[in-house]
Structures are given as structure tokens and as C-alpha cells.
Design a protein around this ligand. Structure first.
Ligand SMILES: Nc1ncnc2c1ncn2[C@@H]1O[C@H](COP(=O)(O)OP(=O)(O)OP(=O)(O)O)[C@@H](O)[C@H]1O
Ligand SMILES: CC(=O)N[C@H]1[C@@H]2OC[C@@H](O2)[C@@H](O)[C@@H]1O[C@H](C)C(=O)O
Length: 377
């Protein structure tokens, strides 16, 4: 490698095919998606791919959750991340630039920082193409939460779907995050264009419950929750958490809500699943109270949109229409991967990727480092 890590040098202003990839908090696998963009407009979406982790790989990654750079025992997990990404991303030779999020292992922005496992320099060498990575640390260094970062991309999506009134995007991944957008603003960094934050736990604790009680990865289609009863007492205790009363921006680590499993410990499997699903939905409803004005619609992305019980709970509790992003022609399995392709182009152009309204950072900031291979493919 040359000594070429650093903030983005400005390149030409035309659109480029960027390949974004995401390994989310659910630890299911790596998503990758192509996007043609100039860093402002989405010109075109391209093809996408998925590389699941094997059971053995997932166990390795699970085993290092919560660890920080320099902690012992990260080598095997690092190898899993590099291998899985290189295998998947090699299938996209048309990509001019790669956006590599890595795997979040720990997130404590007001304390130790934020840790995404993965080395962009090594990936650039493996792929023979420039790789933008380490998206979150510059934001944290300037006092921001370092998350969520998809909101600047959500702004571009709102423009692409022709929204004229405020809309909101909800990602229901391992953790939930909400982006409220005023699409009439000139740019995502404009004051009042975006408000974003993590709503609370979403699928991660439900997955943990299913693994502990049934040996399953998740409550597929909400099948177990559908047969259970929501236990109001447990739900009320959950909503007493101070996190919900904190003003946004705010963000969460995957396991910040460990108390959820305690709250449902005495419940039957079905009641526990129903109650935890209601907790995830209730956290979103609390979050919606923070929107500057109610959005015209709530567009849901991430795996939780495929859980009909969770979607029904959201529809019952909210006044605005709640739809999967497919309703507006977007791909809810790939939106986060596309986001990191889009953000990679912004980093390469020296443009901001977060702002006070999205992460609480002091000023709009463009995070990310760029690693270039010695010998481009
Ligand atoms: N058909 C389904 N029924 C119920 N839940 C589902 C279904 N499909 C996916 N999920 C849930 O969605 C999760 C995956 O969601 P997603 O891929 O959006 O998460 P992620 O990207 O890992 O997380 P994050 O956005 O927090 O980083 C699965 O682990 C599962 O809990
Ligand atoms: C620290 C971290 O990796 N946070 C993730 C996580 O997963 C969902 C939510 O918590 C969100 O804040 C973020 O991911 C999305 C992609 C984001 O940055 O927008």
C-alpha cells in the first residue's frame, strides 16, 4: 500500500458506478449493491448480491461483539470479514469505487468511540480498486453519534421518488433507525432538511430470543409473535427507559437493550415474541413524536418490513400510511448497501455525509478514508 489513506480528493463531477456493501448488526451476511451517482442525485440502481455468513463464521463474529481495536482475539473475525467481502465484491468488476462499511462490533460515541471491523486497505489490494471505509470516526471525533449515516442517502431517495412533502424512512434492522426528510430543502446538509436517530432495538433482541428458546435465527414472518399476547406490564417497563425521552440525534449499540430479554424471561415463547415485537414497534411510535411535522408516509426498509406482525403493530399505532419501500420502487433488502455506495462517492468528492440533524455532529462533516490499491485491476 502507498501512504494514501486520508480524506477524499475531489475528482470529476460526473456520475460513477459505486459498489456499496453492508454487514449489519443482525450478522446474517454481507449485502452489496451497485449505484450510479454523482454523489447528489441517484442516476440509476444496478445489480446486487448477498453473501451469507456460514454458521461457523457467524459464531466467530458473535464471539467478538463488544470488542474494541487492539483487543486480543480479533484476527479470526477480521479474516471472516475480509474474506466474505472480497468473495462477494469480486463479482462486480464494473464498480469504479467501493464503499465498505465493515462490521460494527461496538458503538459508544460519547465514550470509547465506534468500532467497525474491517480493513479498507486490504480490501483495496484484494479488489484492485479504491475503497472508501471508516465512515463513522470523523463524525464521532467532532462530537457526533457516528450513526445513523444512511440519512443523506434517504434524502436522495426522497428526491428520486418525487416527494414534495416531508416523508420518513424507517430501517428495521437489528436496531431501528428513523430519518425524517424535508425534500424541499436544497441539500441534505441544509438546516432543517433532515432529522435522524436510532429508534430503539428492532430485530436483534427478537433474534436472540428465538435462538435462546427455539434454536432459530429469527421469528420468520412473525409466526410465533402472531400466536402470542402482548404483555402490557413488560411493555410499559420497557418504555420507561430514559433513551426514549432523550432528544435526537441519538444512537444505540446492538446490545444496549439487554434488559428486554429480562423483561420477558418469565413469559411463554409466544408471549415473549409478541411482547418484544410490540416493544420494537412502540419504540418507533415514540420516535415518531420527535418528527418536526408528521410525515406524509413512513417508508419501511430492512428485514423488519417482512414481519407482518411488526408492520401491523406500526400501522395500528401511527396516523400516517406505513408501507415497505417497495411501494415507491426501492429495494428494502439493499437500501443500506446502496447508501454506502452513495456515501463513498460523496467522500471521494469531499462532500459531507452527516450533519447536526443526523448525528448531532458540530458541523456537517465528510467522514471516511480512501484506500487505493498499488496496482489497479
Ligand atoms: N420474513 C421475515 N420475517 C421476520 N423477520 C425477518 C424476515 N426477514 C428478515 N427478518 C429480520 O430482519 C433481520 C435482517 O434485517 P436487516 O438485514 O435489515 O438487518 P441488518 O442490516 O443486519 O441490521 P442493521 O440495519 O441494524 O445493521 C433478520 O435478522 C430478521 O430478524
Ligand atoms: C454503529 C452502527 O453500525 N449503527 C448501525 C446500526 O444498524 C441500524 C442502526 O444501528 C444505524 O444507526 C446504523 O446503521 C445504518 C446503516 C446507518 O448508519 O444508517
Amino acid at each position: 500500500m502507498k501512504g494514501n489513506h486520508g480524506h477524499g480528493s475531489k475528482s470529476g463531477a460526473g456520475p460513477v458506478w459505486a459498489l456499496g456493501c453492508m454487514s449489519g448488526t443482525s450478522l446474517d451476511g454481507v449485502d452489496a449493491a451497485l449505484i450510479l451517482t454523482d454523489g447528489a442525485e441517484i442516476v440509476e440502481f444496478g445489480r446486487s448480491g448477498y453473501r451469507p455468513y456460514t454458521e461457523a463464521e457467524r459464531a466467530v463474529l458473535r464471539g467478538v461483539l463488544g470488542r474494541w481495536p487492539g483487543d486480543p482475539g480479533l484476527e479470526a473475525a477480521q479474516e471472516v470479514i475480509q474474506r466474505a467481502h472480497a468473495e462477494l465484491l469480486r463479482d462486480f468488476p464494473e464498480a469504479e469505487l467501493v464503499g465498505f462499511h465493515g462490521q460494527t462490533l461496538a458503538h459508544d460515541p460519547k465514550g470509547r468511540g465506534t468500532h467497525q471491523l474491517g480493513d479498507g486497505g486490504m480490501l483495496a489490494e484484494a479488489l484492485g480498486r479504491p475503497v472508501v471505509w471508516d465512515f463513522r470516526s470523523a463524525d464521532v471525533a467532532l462530537g457526533g453519534e457516528g450513526a445513523p449515516l444512511a440519512p443523506f442517502f434517504h434524502f436522495a431517495c426522497a428526491r428520486r421518488i418525487g416527494a414534495s412533502d416531508p416523508v420518513a424512512f424507517l430501517n428495521l434492522g437489528g436496531v431501528g433507525n428513523l430519518t425524517w426528510i424535508d425534500p424541499s430543502q436544497p441539500a441534505p446538509e441544509a438546516e432543517g432538511a433532515l432529522l435522524a436517530f436510532d429508534t430503539g432495538p428492532a430485530n436483534a433482541p427478537i433474534n436472540d430470543l428465538m435462538m435462546a428458546r427455539r434454536g432459530l435465527d429469527c421469528d420468520r414472518d412473525g409466526a410465533l409473535a402472531a400466536t402470542g399476547r402482548v404483555v402490557e406490564g413488560a411493555l410499559e417497563l420497557f418504555l420507561e427507559e430514559t433513551y426514549f425521552r432523550r432528544m435526537p440525534p441519538k444512537s444505540l449499540d446492538r446490545d444496549d437493550f439487554d434488559l428486554m430479554l429480562d423483561l420477558v424471561r418469565e413469559l411463554s415463547d409466544a408471549d415473549a415474541a409478541a411482547t418484544m415485537t410490540a416493544m420494537a414497534a412502540a419504540a418507533v411510535m415514540q420516535g415518531m413524536e420527535h418528527c418536526p411535522v408528521p410525515p406524509a408516509r413512513l417508508l419501511v426498509t430492512g428485514g423488519g418490513r417482512l414481519n407482518p406482525v411488526m408492520m401491523a403493530m406500526l400501522r395500528a399505532g401511527l396516523d400516517c400510511p406505513v408501507e415497505p419501500v417497495e411501494a415507491v420502487g426501492l429495494d428494502g433488502d439493499m437500501l443500506e448497501a446502496q447508501a454506502f455506495g452513495y456515501l463513498a462517492v460523496r467522500v471521494a468528492r469531499g462532500w459531507p455525509t452527516s450533519a447536526p440533524g443526523t448525528t448531532g455532529v458540530a458541523v456537517a462533516v465528510g467522514g471516511g478514508q480512501i484506500a487505493r490499491p498499488d496496482q489497479p485491476a
